[in-house]
Design a binder for this molecule. Structure first.
Ligand code: NDP
Length: 701
């Protein structure tokens, strides 16, 4: 039986120890220095991971067959070089090869030399050369002043004109002083981690994973070492993986051999799927943390074999077998992390946890209790046939861990399931129920329910169906409805007279004229004729004026419903970039105004907007109110955006209702999206009910 030493102490090492403990060849595992969790599976020895001589002496004295290095710090101080010099087998790169991680300059130069895709970058001191470079590259471009203005000297130039101005500032005007400008391509897209076992030019891939850097749910809060990770990335295709394997990981391994720094451990590619293909963000020279904790539990073959083959410098590495299930890990961190935090809190309930639990920063006290002893404390890793199930399981297991001083995220991998469908039907049912309760209370007090009068002119089938829906909603809410139908040839004067009559009728609280009206009638005149206190649609010019002044008024139903749907997703509207496509008076413009009132940054687009796609791709919130199928295609949606599709169109071939947005395509990129039908439509009606109640309550005062 083999005797193995693992160097390191965090969750990553715990996962390595755990994988080794499943090997039928491994008898004894030591871990230096290890932690309280690792101690259950290995004998921990109190040697620091960078104490090279002590580690060599220990391995020799214990007749260790194989040593596996976890952290980069140990590699960088030459632990591998020392073990090899002492004639002992070790898995990990030499100090020289670790430059792929420790020197960003080395990595960039290597990628450039061997044509490995990464963000293009170049430094300049000469204005003309800089301008020539930037004009030959795609926009936006990132211009960084590499001098005393550091931190303030970054310009993201959208086009050549902006780039030119910035370059003049930075290099000609002595505005910043003498210096250098670094020009980088602007990269955007989902990031993921691709780890491989590497021995010279022999490269064996591991399953892909994605880390979550931000501290809190919804990717909010400060950056951390990683708050969780999962495997099974739906946004990366087989072709993507094959491309990255051939053109990034294998090419890099070969490049390192050519450079005389062959790799002999794990090569970690921090990659991004951008619109112009997969690019390298960074390389690491070791297992990722927390990626290792979700990747290694999927290995079904003997990990000792591949560690030993790499350590022996073999050129044909064994191909491990991986489970096809999904793993998902949730990190429990000390409250305050990544800032200052306290240590020493007792963690209870660990014995109840039914999934893998890797310790990251823990220690045991003299009574054997487990205490927090670091920023990231432990990671619970669940395995399930699908990602949603893995998340559910991980969250359920984490809930069993009791400790006052720990926090965790509950949305790891959530974005990857595809967009959440914003259920307008359910939300509207809830709102209508609230209206019903209030109507009932008012009826008990006042002795009368609100009354909505709907005028339907002509026999347009769409209008008939909308009116039917509104009357039905009145029934649900306990609101009295009166329907007045008039033939299409009613004169404008007759219609205005009817409205005047209803304005004067004390039993009528709301008047709604279903639009559109026949061509011979001036819609604006009709809307203006409705008494402002009965304007349940919020279309009256005085209501519109009040809206534009941000004064209390009856809000137009569709825009009001859209804001309510956005709020239901939990998206932070304040400070977000919102793009509204369509600038009609009843949808586009009021939506834009309401978003501005929520302190969003709003751009409103229309049929003559140039480069619409460039605009929509920046939008955290995208509202499409155009009335034209295919206006918003999937590539126009920013990954993670919330998409509201207001458009209602009938498909010319299938006859089915559809919106302005390519729903299936956008669903794969967005974080939340409204369906058609069942999205904005039902919400518009629910808002009409609210507005009718509001008009009624005001009149009763
Ligand atoms: P309008 O026709 O009044 O406005 C459409 C807007 O879209 C205009 O601003 C127009 O630009 C813009 N537009 C048209 N084509 C393009 C294009 N190719 N690219 C960019 N912008 C374009 O429509 P409405 O605002 O009344 O309604 C829009 C849609 O929303 C319709 O499908 C309608 O049925 C639906 N709707 C749904 C409601 C619901 O409750 N679900 C309620 C109200 C509307 P320009 O200003 O330059 O002409």
């Amino acid at each position: 039986m083999k005797r193995v030493l693992v160097i390191g102490s965090g969750g990553r090492c715990h996962a390595i120890v755990d994988a080794l403990s499943r090997s039928p060849q491994v008898g004894k595992i030591y871990c230096a220095p290890g932690n309280a969790g690792i101690a259950a599976q290995a004998e921990c020895v109190p040697i620091k991971e960078t104490s090279v001589n002590e580690l060599v002496d220990f391995a020799r004295s214990q007749a260790i067959d194989l040593t596996v290095v976890g952290p980069e710090a140990a590699l960088a101080v030459g632990v591998v070089d020392a073990f090899r010099a002492a004639g002992m087998r070790i898995f990990g790169h030499t100090a020289a090869a670790t430059a792929i991680e420790s020197s960003k300059e080395f990595a960039k130069v290597l990628m450039e030399k061997y044509d490995i895709p990464t963000s293009g970058y170049q430094s300049f001191t000469d204005y003309n050369q800089a301008l020539a470079y930037v004009s030959a590259r795609p926009f936006p471009a990132v211009l960084k002043y590499d001098g005393l203005a550091a931190g303030k000297g970054v310009v993201i130039a959208a086009d050549l004109k902006e780039a030119d101005e910035a370059l003049k500032d930075m290099l000609l005007d002595a505005h910043f002083g003498q210096g250098k400008v670094v020009i980088e391509d602007y990269l955007e897209g989902p990031e993921f981690s691709f780890m491989c076992f590497v021995s010279g030019t022999s490269v064996v891939p591991m399953p892909l994973s994605q880390d979550h850097k931000r501290a809190y749910d919804g990717d909010k809060g400060p950056n951390t070492g990683g708050m969780g990770a999962y495997t099974g990335l739906p946004f990366i295709t087989e072709e993507d993986k094959a491309f990255a394997f051939e053109n990034i990981l294998k090419k890099t391994a070969a490049a390192m051999v050519s450079e005389g720094k062959p790799l002999s451990g794990v090569l970690y590619g921090g990659l991004m799927k951008t619109r112009s293909g997969i690019k390298v963000i960074e390389f690491n020279a070791r297992f990722g943390d927390p990626e290792t904790e979700v990747v290694l539990p999927l290995m079904e073959s003997d990990i000792y074999e591949i560690f030993a083959a790499v350590a022996a410098g073999e050129s044909a590495l064994p191909t491990p077998v991986w489970s096809s299930e999904n793993t998902l890990g949730v990190v429990l961190a000390s409250k305050g992390y990544p800032g200052s935090y306290e240590k020493g809190a007792v963690i209870e309930g660990l014995e109840n946890v039914g999934c893998k639990l890797y310790h990251m920063g823990t220690k045991a006290d003299e009574k054997g209790r487990i205490l927090t002893n670091g920023g990231r404390v432990m990671i619970a890793v669940a395995k399930a046939p699908s990602l949603p199930e893995a998340l559910e399981k991980a969250n359920a297991e984490v809930a069993k861990i009791k400790c006052d001083n720990l926090f965790h995220r509950s949305d790891i991998g959530r974005k990857a399931f595809g967009a959440r469908i914003i259920d307008g039907k359910a939300l509207s049912a809830q709102i209508k129920e609230e209206v019903r309760v209030k109507v009932e209370a008012a009826a008990a007090k006042i002795g009368r329910v609100p009354c909505l009068t709907v005028i339907l002119v002509g026999d347009n089938p769409a209008s008939q169906s909308y009116v039917k829906g509104k009357i039905k909603a009145c029934e649900v809410c306990g609101i009295e409805s009166r329907l007045i139908t008039k033939p299409a040839d009613i004169s404008e004067a007759e219609l205005l007279a009817l409205i005047a009559e209803l304005n004067a009728d004390a039993s009528v609280d709301g008047i709604l004229v279903q639009l559109p009206l026949p061509k011979h009638i001036d819609e604006d005149k009709v809307i203006d004729a409705i008494a402002i206190e009965k304007d349940v649609d919020g279309f009256h010019p005085l209501n519109v004026a009040m809206l534009n002044l941000s004064r209390p008024c009856i809000l137009p139903c569709t825009p009001k419903g859209i804001i309510r749907m956005l709020e239901s997703t939990g998206v932070a509207l304040e400070g977000c970039k919102a793009v509204v496509v369509g600038r009609s008076n009843i949808v586009g413009k009021p939506v834009a105004k309401l978003l501005l009132d929520k302190n969003a940054t709003v751009t409103i687009a229309h049929s003559r907007t140039r480069n619409l796609a460039d605009l929509t791709r920046q939008a955290d919130v995208l509202v499409a109110a155009v009335g034209r199928i295919g206006t918003i295609t999937a590539d126009m949606v920013k990954p993670g955006a919330v998409v509201i599709d207001v458009g209602v169109n009938r498909h010319p071939e299938t006859g089915k209702l559809c919106g302005d947005v390519d729903f299936e395509g956008a669903k794969a990129v967005a974080s939340a999206i409204t369906p058609v039908p069942g999205g904005v439509g039902p919400m518009t009606i629910a808002m009409l009910m609210e507005n009718t109640l509001e008009c009624f309550e005001k009149r009763m005062k």
